[in-house]
Design a protein around this ligand. Structure first.
Ligand code: MV4
Length: 447
């Protein structure tokens, strides 16, 4: 049994994990940089350890500082949250070598899925549809040209170590291929230290639909349905919803069964997300995330499950207490990510929160570590709150979301609340007619 968990994160997700710990009678250890001494996760934890100066490299991204904190606080497990060290296979291995439980997938699964080429090959062999393209890395321009001609232009050159859109190049004909490969390789080497590339057919107007799985250590795997995360800007999600407005129950069951079979065959454990592009009624796997995700609450709201609680339970070896047919999807949920940013320019807006009033009422959930008087530090991600609203159906959910956004008061800094208010009143959003490029077109004034 896990008795004490060190939470290797900050902000709303540290609070989310801490709340699950408290409800389960597990003691919590918060770690923090000197910039976060006054943070809510530090105030609410049972114990706290300062792990370094403000830059994340020297605090939240420092494995030695975090393992030292776990040792001196006598924690028996570490939850990495999302971002920071959550998908660092070496860190997960170090945690286990120290005799602690890493609350997440095995280091081997994290490493496998971190290599996008290996991930794609693995899930394809298990029967999941993938985007047509090179089956492996491309070694030369000639190699890439042969594949590009076979699948047809336009194609996308992607970095094997990438993800999140970094090191991606669209190529529309043979003539652009050499330069795209050279720049993509250079960018990948600079960003990830490895230059492996692969080629895919470029889908021009896909949606981003991802499927949540949950697996225990005894071979039980369930899927918790999908989230539609097509509203993104510069590969940052802005609004997510469950279910996707475009899927039928039959499509959900079919893709769900495929990912469950695959996770099962891999011996996967903990939570994970299979990411797909969805275009013209077809799914195409692109990547797998081996962590708890920011947008997990929309799934919780439609499944009635506490994903973090389940993640902690399976980490200590408990069996999933339910089967696939026990997972029922009820209603609709939408999450707005609220950032400390100018809603038009997206310039960061750190500073002191003067007034804070969170909306409430039926179907309204706020996951945030904000409070009046809190100073949003300039050193970290600008997401300061998630507003998650649920309703009997998408229309009811939207009406409630509109109401909740209007109630939300965060003064003293700029936030993206006005952007959300504008987006959810646009006909394309109301009708669910949007793809992954829609938001950027709106921001350029082209919709
Ligand atoms: C694609 C694509 C079109 N065709 N792959 C961007 C981030 C990375 N996770 C995958 N991405 C894309 N891959 C093929 N073969 C378009 C994108 C893409 C995108 C995907 C999901 C959400 C937002 C996006 C925004 C621009 C491009």
């Amino acid at each position: 049994m896990i008795q004490k968990i060190l939470i290797a994160n900050r902000g709303e997700i540290a609070l989310r994990i801490l709340r699950a710990c408290r409800e389960m009678g597990i003691r919590s250890v918060a770690v923090h940089s000197t910039a976060d001494a006054d943070a809510m996760h530090v105030r609410l934890a049972d114990e706290t350890v300062c792990i370094g100066p403000p830059p994340a490299q020297e605090s939240y991204l420092n494995p030695v500082a975090i393992l030292t904190a776990a040792t001196i606080s006598n924690a028996d497990a570490i939850h990495p949250g999302y971002g920071f060290l959550s998908e660092n296979a070496d860190f997960a291995a170090m945690v286990e070598e120290h005799g602690l439980t890493f609350i997440g997938p095995s280091p081997e699964h994290i490493r496998l899925m971190g290599d996008k080429i290996a991930a794609k090959r693995t899930v394809r062999e298990a029967g999941i549809p993938v985007v047509p393209g090179s089956d492996g890395s491309i070694d030369s321009e000639a190699d890439a040209r042969r594949i590009a001609r076979a699948i047809g232009y336009p194609v996308l050159v992607k970095a094997a170590a990438g993800g999140g859109g970094r090191g991606m190049k669209v190529v529309t004909d043979d003539g652009q291929l050499a330069e795209a490969i050279a720049t993509a390789r250079a960018e990948a080497l600079a960003a990830f230290g490895s230059g492996g590339l692969y080629v895919e057919k470029y889908l021009a107007h896909p949606r981003h639909i991802e499927v949540q799985v949950l697996a225990d250590l005894h071979g039980n795997v369930v899927h918790l349905g999908e989230r539609d995360c097509s509203l993104q800007r510069r590969h940052q999600k802005v609004i997510e919803e469950a279910p996707s407005p475009v899927l039928t129950p039959e499509q959900r069951s079919k893709i769900g069964a495929l990912v469950v079979r695959t996770a099962s065959a891999l011996g996967y454990r903990s939570v994970g997300t299979f990411e797909f592009l969805y275009e013209d009624g077809e799914f195409y796997f692109i990547e797998m995330n081996t962590r708890l995700q920011v947008e997990h609450p929309v799934t919780e709201m439609v499944c009635g499950l506490d994903i973090v609680r389940e993640m902690l339970r399976v980490a200590e070896g408990s069996e999933l207490g339910f089967e696939q047919e026990d997972v029922r999807f009820v209603g609709h949920a939408i999450e707005c990510r609220i950032n400390a940013e100018d809603p038009e320019t997206f310039a960061p807006s750190p500073g002191t929160i003067a007034e804070y009033h969170a909306p409430g009422g039926l179907g309204v959930r706020i996951d945030s570590a904000l409070y009046a008087g809190y100073r949003v530090p300039p050193f970290y991600d600008s997401m300061i709150a998630k507003l998650i609203v649920s309703g009997a159906d998408r229309r009811a959910c939207l009406a409630r979301l509109r109401r909740a956004l209007a109630e939300y008061v965060i003064s003293g800094i700029k936030t993206t609340i006005p952007l959300h208010q504008r987006l959810i009143d646009m006909p394309e959003f109301i009708d669910g007619r949007y793809d992954v490029h829609w938001l950027e077109r709106v921001m350029r004034g082209e919709h």
